[in-house]
Ligand binder design. Structure first.
Ligand SMILES: Cc1cc2nc3c(=O)[nH]c(=O)nc-3n(C[C@H](O)[C@H](O)[C@H](O)COP(=O)(O)OP(=O)(O)OC[C@H]3O[C@@H](n4cnc5c(N)ncnc54)[C@H](O)[C@@H]3O)c2cc1C
Length: 426
């Protein structure tokens, strides 16, 4: 009997999970269950919904415990993949042999692929700034968010009168976190005064290397977000790259020093380190360069890669028509997943009607504390409560995509209930 074709997807983030779900659907629809199988590999047992991580990092222990928070931002991959007839392997991917078609897993042996989808995402980039990695807390995964929340609580209980929280990087992650944190800290200041009869003042500062926060966003969005952050009490220091970080102070360019109690680093990401070990065409930030069909190119033209290798999401560098790399966002990863799922089915069926990925200006929503967010949908900009309501709808829409209907509604309502209690600023 002929072996089933193995479609191996590495990474079950926004891109990888979407690709697996679509492939499962297409395989079933075309009656190809006996000729091919989808295998998904991820180091985590769960898929993370990153857009609400800033909420996890600012939720008090009275509002929600670890279990509750985990159930609203992480979702078991195995259940999702099994339902589609696929197989999930929880393992660290150690190395790949792209000439022989082997994926080497830590403590879980080797798996062979006929079609490979690299969806390994990105990891925090510390840009080799001395002391930054050792002295800062990243905000990338669920456990990072919990560590930040625990550290904030520890500082609040330390008896210090002034606590300085510095956020490195004024991109969307940095500003979203700053806005929400401001609300939580304001509430904590009042609680400490009423219950412990002492003063505790928190100060939040966003440090940005570039000329303003949200670099690359339209000026109207930047201005509104800046105004909102200032009205909440957060300080913004732009044009100040971090040069060095010591245990309690940050050295900014121009020799300015900034003391801190907690430094949260949201200043950038780079492609997952594994990407740099593969004989593929990479750009300077370690991302794979792909052509329109999302297929990877070998490092040198004479190198023969095994099977067909595709890559999607944050690990990929795709240039728009203006020659600029498109930003790493969930929507891009999911759109690319759709292209790749279709193209793999074409490959298997020997069809030639492959799709090309065409980048677009994806809509986005940036929540800044309480029930306030700014959203841009094409030419339309909505801010305030309307933006926040839109964000809530986007969340339910995504959950409905990955979970059965009632489970999605339950997870969404639970999240809404917890995070609304966070929205102290209104
Ligand atoms: C705090 C935060 C907030 C964000 N908010 C938004 C938002 O509001 N809107 C938006 O569009 N985007 C947002 N993003 C960006 C968005 O999360 C990414 O663009 C998206 O996750 C990229 O999807 P991906 O599939 O490429 O990678 P990921 O979703 O990062 O998935 C990669 C997967 O690969 C796995 N993996 C990596 N290396 C290995 C290995 N060696 N072995 C095994 N498994 C491995 C990881 O465990 C992970 O599950 C946010 C990101 C962060 C960090």
């Amino acid at each position: 009997m002929e072996q089933k074709k193995q479609i191996v997807i590495l990474g079950a983030g926004f891109g990888g999970l979407r690709a697996a779900m679509l492939l499962g659907k297409y395989i079933r629809r075309s009656g190809m269950e006996n000729s091919c199988q989808v295998v998904v590999v991820d180091r985590n047992a769960y898929h993370t919904y990153t857009p609400t991580l800033y909420e996890v990092a600012t939720t008090s222990k009275e509002t929600a415990d670890y279990v509750n928070l985990k159930s609203i931002v992480t979702f078991p991959i195995e259940k999702i993949v099994k339902k589609l007839g696929g197989r999930f392997i929880q393992a660290e991917i150690e190395s790949l042999d792209l000439k022989d078609g082997d994926v080497h897993l830590k403590n879980s042996g080797v798996i062979k692929f006929d079609y490979l989808v690299l969806a390994l995402g990105a990891e925090t980039n510390y840009f080799d700034i001395p002391g930054l990695k050792e002295n800062s807390a990243p905000l990338k995964w669920f456990t990072d968010a919990l560590k930040i929340r625990d550290r904030v609580l520890e500082l609040a209980q330390s008896g210090k009168e002034e606590i300085r929280i510095v956020i490195g990087g004024g991109g969307s992650t940095g500003v979203e976190f700053a806005g929400e944190l401001q609300g939580w800290l304001a509430e904590m200041e009042v609680e400490i005064e009423e219950q412990k009869h002492r003063q505790c003042k928190f100060k939040i500062t966003i440090i940005e290397a570039g000329p303003s926060i949200l670099l690359g966003f339209p000026a109207a969005i930047i201005n509104r977000v800046q105004k909102r952050l200032k009205s909440l009490g957060a300080e913004i220091i732009a044009n100040h790259p971090i040069e060095k970080v010591a245990q309690e102070k940050i050295l900014l360019n121009g020799k300015r020093e900034l003391p801190y109690d907690l430094l949260v680093w949201a200043g950038g990401v780079k492609a997952a380190s594994l990407m740099g070990t593969m004989p593929l065409k990479l750009e300077k930030r370690g991302r794979v360069e792909v052509a329109g069909e999302m297929e990877c190119l070998p490092q040198s033209p004479d190198l023969k890669l095994y099977g067909k290798i595709y890559a999607i999401g944050d690990a990929v560098c795709f240039y728009d028509q203006g020659g600029r790399p498109i930003p790493g966002v969930a929507r891009a990863a999911m759109s690319q997943a759709k292209i790749v799922a279709h193209n793999i089915i074409c490959d298997i069926q020997g069809r030639k009607d492959h799709w090309q990925y065409r980048p677009m200006e994806y809509p986005y929503i940036i929540p800044i504390g309480g029930k306030w967010a700014i959203a841009k949908l094409g030419p339309i900009v909505i801010w305030g409560f309307g933006g926040w309501a839109l964000k809530i709808l986007v969340e339910i829409n995504y959950l409905r995509m990955i979970l059965p209907f009632w489970k999605a509604i339950k997870a969404w309502l639970r999240g809404l209930w917890i995070f609304i209690q966070n929205d102290r600023l209104g």
